[in-house]
Design a protein around this ligand. Structure first.
Ligand SMILES: Nc1ncnc2c1ncn2[C@@H]1O[C@H](COP(=O)(O)OP(=O)(O)O)[C@@H](O)[C@H]1O
Ligand SMILES: [Mg+2]
Length: 443
């Protein structure tokens, strides 16, 4: 084998621009577990033929085996979602090792969607929690049509590592979450003494990318609770009738793992298609949801319920009755001060030099948290390209970020264009007054 490698190396000395040959050498080195050398060859290919996907994937894999997970992630993110399955699996594993569990779950769900029945011991051990429900055996027969390894009844249980300190701005929302659901959990006696009813949930709404999902997760981290996130996909599954029981199983799982934050993301999916023919099936899911939430059969103590939506006007009004989502909170885009906090937090572990955070915050009006992240990603990609070309690591500077900001348009404006109409013309009992206030529109 060593001879083979040697002869390949010699051949490359003669024709250094032979890309297929170099890739072949890199592959052989990888197979021989000579990862650093393999990475070197792949980098060399990229140097000569920028954007060569094969080399990008190879390089990412070599990084993975060298435990350079964040470097691997940067490459995978650039190519995502156009990744072959094995690369996606490396991507998921890298994310797990970097503790980006939410993103890992998202990518893994994609793997499962594309390859029903896919299983991987390491990943499943970290991300999946089987529905270890005692009564599940009789249900299995009913669910036999669920070919996908019955993943419809697996939920993802996490233990978030972020807390409120990672969330920039959002002071008002942190306070509300604290008063309404964290304090009652910590001091149940006190709340009872004052005759305050414990229970119910908070519905967060606002433009995309402004931290709804993020703060829900941070809420769990704040009180060292577990976190279960139920997304659009899961709810649609129930809607289509795969698994009525699943909704019950989710609440049970949360109760069993109390204290636990149960988070329904994009909850609008539940009410969105009221005109749809399958309305009655959806109605059924909604009713079941409401029954679970009311805790008729079981006790929801220690289970904090949060939900988020970009389209609150699509959420069935029944959700907002007392004891349910009786607190509806507007999550607005970060103001300048909050953007400063977000930028600072996001650059914390990145190679940077003399960043003028205040200026960046000033130059990014209307940016959501996700927009800030996009700006940083663009700047990093540019730098990475430079660093690869020059062979040395170059830190990010203010100029790089400002340049990236020019290339990325804020994504919140479109949302306000339609929200404005709902706030003006469908503002039942002042539900959307916060939107009007934000837009400085007088009623
Ligand atoms: N206030 C914030 N502080 C820190 N990061 C934020 C904040 N808001 C958004 N982000 C970043 O933007 C990303 C997208 O936010 P997300 O919570 O998914 O938005 P939403 O659920 O409102 O659509 C988050 O993963 C996080 O990295
Ligand atoms: Mg979200």
């Amino acid at each position: 084998m060593n001879d083979h490698i040697k002869s390949l190396q010699e051949a490359l000395q003669v024709s250094p621009d032979n890309v297929p040959l170099r890739i072949h050498l890199a592959e052989v080195l990888m197979r021989e577990k000579r990862y650093a050398e393999s990475a070197e060859q792949y980098s060399e290919v990229l140097h000569r033929s920028y954007g060569n996907t094969k080399a990008q994937l190879g390089l990412a894999e070599a990084y993975f085996y060298q435990h350079k997970y964040s470097a691997a992630i940067i490459i995978y993110e650039e190519l995502y979602p156009n990744l072959p399955t094995d690369a996606m699996v490396f991507f998921v594993k890298s994310l797990i090792r970097e503790n980006s569990l939410q993103q890992a779950v998202e990518v893994y769900q994609k793997v499962i969607a594309l390859n029903p029945g896919f299983a991987d011991e390491e990943i499943d051990g970290k991300l999946r929690v089987g529905n270890a429900d005692a009564q599940s055996s009789d249900q299995d027969e009913l669910n036999d049509n669920d070919e996908a390894g019955n993943h419809g009844s697996d939920f993802f249980l996490e233990k978030p590592t972020i807390d409120f300190s990672h969330v920039g701005g959002m002071k008002r929302i942190k306070d509300e979450i604290s008063m309404k659901i964290i304090q009652p959990l910590k001091n149940p006696e006190l709340y009872k003494a004052f005759g305050k009813k414990v229970g119910g949930g908070i519905l967060l709404y606002g433009p995309p990318g402004c931290g709804k999902t993020y703060i829900a997760k941070a809420t769990a981290g704040e009180i060292h609770a577990k976190f279960i996130s139920i997304g659009l996909h899961d709810i649609l599954d129930m809607w289509i009738g795969n698994s009525e029981k699943n909704l019950h199983a989710i609440f049970e799982l949360a109760r069993k793992n109390a204290p636990c934050v149960l988070f329904f993301d994009e909850v609008d999916a539940m009410g969105a298609s009221r005109a749809d023919l399958r309305q009655s099936a959806m109605r059924h899911v909604i009713n079941q949801f409401l029954a679970e939430m009311d805790g008729v059969q079981s006790n929801n103590e220690g289970v904090l319920i949060l939900a988020a939506t970009n389209a609150p006007w699509s959420v069935d009004a029944a959700f907002r009755r007392p004891g349910r989502f009786d607190r509806v909170i507007f999550v607005e885009p970060p103001d300048e001060q909050a953007r400063e906090e977000i930028i600072t937090a996001m650059l914390k572990d990145k190679p940077v030099q003399n960043i003028d955070v205040r200026k960046l915050a000033k130059e990014t009006p209307d940016y959501s948290g996700a927009d800030v992240k996009a700006m940083i990603d663009i700047a990093i990609e540019d730098k990475l390209r430079d660093s690869m070309a020059s062979g040395s690591l170059q830190p990010l500077g203010t100029k790089d970020l400002l340049k990236a900001a020019k290339q990325h348009r804020p994504t919140t404006l479109e949302w306000f264009a339609s929200a404005r109409n709902y706030a003006l013309y469908a503002n039942e009992s002042g539900l959307y007054d916060d939107i009007l206030k934000f837009l400085k529109i007088k009623k």
